[in-house]
Design a protein around this ligand. Sequence first.
Ligand code: AMP
Length: 487
Amino acid sequence: MFIRPDRHNSYERWKPKDDVMVEECGVFGIFMDDRRYDPAEAAYLGLYALQHRGQESAGIAVADGRDVKFHKGMGLCSEVFKDNLGKILGGNISIGHVRYSTTGDSKADNAQPLVMSYRGGKLALAHNGNLINSSILREKLEDEGAIFQTTLDTEVMASLIARQSRHGILKAITAMMKVVRGSYALVIMTQEELIAVRDPLGIRPLALGKLDNSYVVASESCAFDAIDAEFVRDVRPGEILVINKDGLKSYQAQSSMKTALCVFEYVYFARPDSDIDGISVYRSRENMGIKLAQAFPIEADLVSDVPDSATPAASGYAAESGVPYAKALAKNRYVGRTFIQPSQALRERGVKLKLNAMKRNVHGKRLVLIDDSIVRGTTSRKIVEMLRLAGAREVHMMISSPPVICPCFFGIDTPSHDQLIGSKNSVEEIRRIIGADTLNYLSIEDLLKTVEGAGCNFCAGCFNGNYPVDMKEALKETEALDLATIE
Ligand code: AMP
């Protein structure tokens, strides 16, 4: 949700060389109709379940019909709310956010929810996604006199909503949706209402659940399980849900012929116990393993996973191939995701801290090792080295997705082209760099088969460079836009 505040981001300066900093996040919101949970406590539990989507900062805002209070800070939910949940108890609506920024601007000002005053009272927003035209919009808003307190594109959305608020919140959100381009799964809270919005392409997931008579929205359905809520359905691309004391109303603010849910949610990002747009994340990963076994049968003694995101794929591979599954790597559960480390040296050390070879399992064995993706190549190289030192006879690396060849501009942290090992090397070159005996990737066709039957189409831009938004066109359009004409 953050774009470098480059004030003159014409396409030439901005184009996908990528100095864009992207964050992955999780959002949650609940409108309580009874006292089964305190809304802040429900949000806390929901965010805890979404912690894998962001470990850098966390925040909760609560409304009680008259006012909005909030607490947010840097760190995990447990750290941020250790002594602070008591301050925001009460009320009947809450929204929450966990944020995962990977480079630079990791500061408290950028923690969410954003809470601001506007002519309708108080407005709180929590956003997962990434706008591609926010710098231009920000500049236009600044030319009109707007002042920004953060570098978040979420604040650009808030400002666009606020400037149309004389028409009512629903129209204001609809007007905002007409000008922003990119991905947004958004939860918004006024003093009296909870509002959920998913971008017209449905790039980031957003689901609706119910707990007795209370409605809940979250990035992933696993957050509903945390509070015993039931999954109702996914929020539709382009849909606005307004939830208040009269119940839930749905408005289809925009409809697009195509949808483009991020396929990387299934590959790596989402939790395996979530269902997204009708597809179980676990099942899709298991199918990725089955497809790998069908495409690349290999004589081996055991199949194993890089824990945890590749575990379902390894189980699928084992079932399909008949090669027994055994653990080759033990994971230290107390080390965060290795991507978070700011330098290459720390990233390499991070892999070693996080994963260790199970010597007794791998010694003298021919091993098929499955990981969900290779991004920079750091993890695979270290792991292959570790397994060889532990006595593995052969290491056959299988990746349950295609080579990541392009950066993502829509909310997943993939680095710039020059850091993506798949962008400048052939599969054979990558095999040599990581030191594996063989290396095979799932084809994009097979990957898309594992999510067949979903209620949407997919963005696989990181694997094929085909982005769902014509970025050049979107930026040109935004540059030509006169905000005064937007209603
Ligand atoms: P790398 O070492 O850069 O090749 O990273 C690949 C490893 O990071 C794999 O084990 C993935 O499970 C994991 N991974 C892939 N994408 C991401 C991401 N966006 N954020 C954090 N970890 C990731």
